[in-house]
Design a protein around this ligand. Sequence first.
Ligand code: URA
Length: 431
Amino acid sequence: MRAVDIIIKKREKKELTSQEIEFFIRGFTNGEIPDYQASALAMAIVLNDMTPFETADLTLAMARSGQTLDLSKIVDIAVDKHSSGGVGDKTSIAVMPMVAACGLPVGKMSGKGLGFSGGTLDKLESIPGYRVDLTTDEFKKQLKEKGIVLTGQSLDLAPADGKMYALRDVTGTVESIPLIASSIMCKKIAAGAQAIVLDVKVGLGAFMKSLEEARKMAKLMVEIGKLAGRQTVALLSDMNQPLGNAVGNSLEMVEAIETLHGRGPVDFREHCLHVAAHVLVIGKRAKDLAEGRILAEKSISDGSGLEKLRVLVQAQGGDVSYIDNPAKFVRAKFISVVETPRSGIISQINARSVGEASVDLGAGRAQKGDSIDHAVGFIIHKKVGDEVKKGEPLFEIHANDEAKLAEARQKVLTAHEIGGAPVPPLPLFYE
Ligand code: URA
């Protein structure tokens, strides 16, 4: 078998066999198949799609590219939650500690930023010392002892996805249902989660632009989860405007910490409570969503969620004083408040443009392996449906470069549409 023939077959819109997919993923993982051939195959998949069978084969091949954990001897049930990627989406950083504080062990493998969407690992790495490269033994030990793990793909867990993810970020090959579905599900399967909640984002700032596409991807991932013997549910949530107010790594960390303190933006808090309730139900700690929500709310009001975040950060080598004193997070050199140009009602805040502007400021990568700037980003002050008055603060730019600040100002200002007619607030969840 030759990698080039597999690429050509996909280019010709033909269905790949399990053996071909396995061969390609094994070769790519061990370095026999180079990045340029993997990028070419990824592009052929973006353009020509995959059948559900191919997607399931790709998922299982990537999950098997390293070790697969069996957590059943370590905890009675390990749950996980994963977002399909959005802007301002720091949900895992708040929800995982909330759920763990309710006595449900969570072991999660997250990703770095991807295209215009932010990555949980990049956010966590704004805490000095925080390690995202735990070995499988460390993963298991921490899950057993602390009940919470939030790490990245290690060399021994789904390494094929780690390599592919970094390539996709910089080769325009992110937006593809089979690539996203397999990337998410292979991590979940490899990390041994028995119950999984998928937060599938829909809208301008998501990889799935329509409810129809999002539904298709959600169903595919739930099917793959079932095939692998994992209990899986998917939620479809809005990503037309940024979630919460903060966009950018440190800024989002601070917002997640604030939320665990019982402060933070109302939309983000509501989103987290709903996701946490689902995780608690699937993890059998709550009999229904109402009870799950009460437990999740309690983890905020009694401080146990925040305490779990401390435990997590400490266990992974991070400086816990950042959780107690978020003012320590690195700040950008220039902070500029942009005023509302005219009075009216916000009808749109294009989340994709805000995400792209954040990457341009340095919060994401242009090339594989680029370092990122943890300080830069935005604070969005108004949401869709809000009434605004000319001259009041619309958003805030955090930048380390004056020229980039000026570009970001223009782009994010254009992302805001202000009209005269009333606009209902956007829903948090669709289904
Ligand atoms: N999250 C992932 O882990 N992979 C993707 O491709 C998109 C979101």
